[in-house]
Design a protein around this ligand. Structure first.
Ligand code: PLP
Length: 379
């Protein structure tokens, strides 16, 4: 099946009624037919029929073999970080989502795992920094918020030659545009709250693993033992959202490209970070490893004062955290998404008080540009 059909139909499961929309099995537990007998469903922390269809669909979309749906992206990322043991070394992209950096710096570092942030868009640097005890590479590509592109295939080869796994946070592009497992990654994680949901009404997270991933059993154990699983109603909402994933993303990306063209001509805009720009250093790589450039655009304005003022002037676009929804959102990373990332890392990555991050929605492009024009004008 081709992408748009797969997004609409998923694993094509129909129950005995033939219902097109999956039933919501709001049951915590399941009746056993007899002693040592099970319908296949015993207790919803472990398996729930609605969530199971969603997980099958996500595995299909990401071209993985198994997927788990979590209560949010951080729960999924936390599960993946538990795969590492004291003494092991993990390399991470230096401009990661701030919540992931906080989890790493303030929680998992306590357990003796050695984390090191580097510019993973520099493959040679990654090769240099691998040590015998490096067991993981955790990347975001495009990175957040500087939109740097890392070479998934090359990093997977480096990781495997070193006995390490490559984990890709695929939140920014979703499987509609990028499928890291096909490029050699071992594990994909998602904040399903973003493009996969697309409507700002569900918190969700996913892990998807490649065929033969040696971590499958360990992930299953953490998932069912810790219970940070997605509830049946949210699972149903996510199933509904996935059907329009491609439609939303194509429109968001088309709007983003037009906004980038417009931003480049604005006197108050000093830099634009978007991998769809031919002059972006990761443009060619992104064109090879993904089928689109996405709907996220970061840009710098002439002063921190203007950046802050523009947020209060917005009329249609919302000044809010998060991304990936049908509504356009403008974020101030240094005070919001990346507030808790180490200051020296932010400085190195170029995240400063003039930087704004726009998650482009599906509104009419003229209305979006008109709103940006009045918000970004110099007094
Ligand atoms: C790239 C990325 N990964 C992970 C997360 C965490 O996901 P959640 O907010 O669903 O826990 C976020 C949240 O903003 C994110 O932007």
């Amino acid at each position: 099946m081709k992408d748009f059909s797969l997004e609409v139909h998923g694993c094509q499961y129909y129950d005995a009624t033939g219902a097109i929309s999956q039933p919501i099995y709001a049951s915590a537990t399941f009746r056993h037919p007899g002693f040592q007998q099970s319908t296949g469903y015993d207790y919803s922390r472990v398996t729930n029929p609605t969530r199971e269809i969603l997980e099958k669909n996500m595995a299909l979309l990401e071209r993985g073999t198994k997927s788990w749906a979590f209560s949010c992206g951080m729960a999924a990322i936390s599960t993946v970080l538990k795969l590492f043991s004291p003494g092991e070394h993990v390399l991470l992209s230096e401009d990661l989502y701030g919540g992931t950096a906080r989890l790493v710096n303030e929680i998992y570092s306590r357990y003796g795992i050695r984390f090191e942030y580097i510019d993973t868009s520099d493959t040679a640097l990654v090769r240099q920094r691998l040590r015998p005890e490096t067991k993981g590479l955790f990347i975001e590509t495009p990175s957040n918020p500087m939109m740097k592109i890392s070479d998934i295939h090359a990093l997977a080869s480096l990781a495997h030659a070193n006995g390490a796994r490559l984990i890709v946070d695929n939140t920014f592009l979703s499987p509609h545009f990028q499928r890291p497992l096909k490029l050699g990654a071992d594990i994909v994680v998602h904040s399903g709250t973003k493009y996969l949901c697309g409507h700002n009404d569900v918190l969700a997270g996913f892990i998807v693993v490649s065929e033969g991933c040696p971590d499958t059993e360990a992930i299953e154990l953490f998932y069912k033992s810790e219970g940070a699983v997605l509830d049946p109603f949210s699972s149903w909402l996510m199933l509904r959202s996935l059907k329009t994933l491609g439609l939303r993303l194509e429109r968001q990306a088309a709007n983003a490209a037009k906004i980038v063209d417009w931003l480049l001509k604005q006197p108050t805009v000093t830099e634009v970070f978007y991998p769809g720009l031919p002059c972006h250093p990761g443009h060619d790589l992104q064109a090879r490893q993904a089928s689109g450039f996405g709907g996220m655009v970061s840009f710098k304005v002439s002063s921190a004062e203007l950046a802050k003022k523009s947020l209060g002037r917005l009329k249609l676009i919302a000044f809010a955290e998060s991304l990936g929804s049908v509504e356009s959102l403008l974020t101030y990373p240094i005070e919001q998404t990346h507030k808790e990332s180490p200051a020296e890392l932010l400085k190195k990555a170029g995240v400063d008080d003039c930087l704004l991050r726009l998650s482009v929605g599906i509104e009419d492009i003229d209305d979006l540009i008109a709103d940006l024009a009045q918000a970004l004008k110099e007094d």
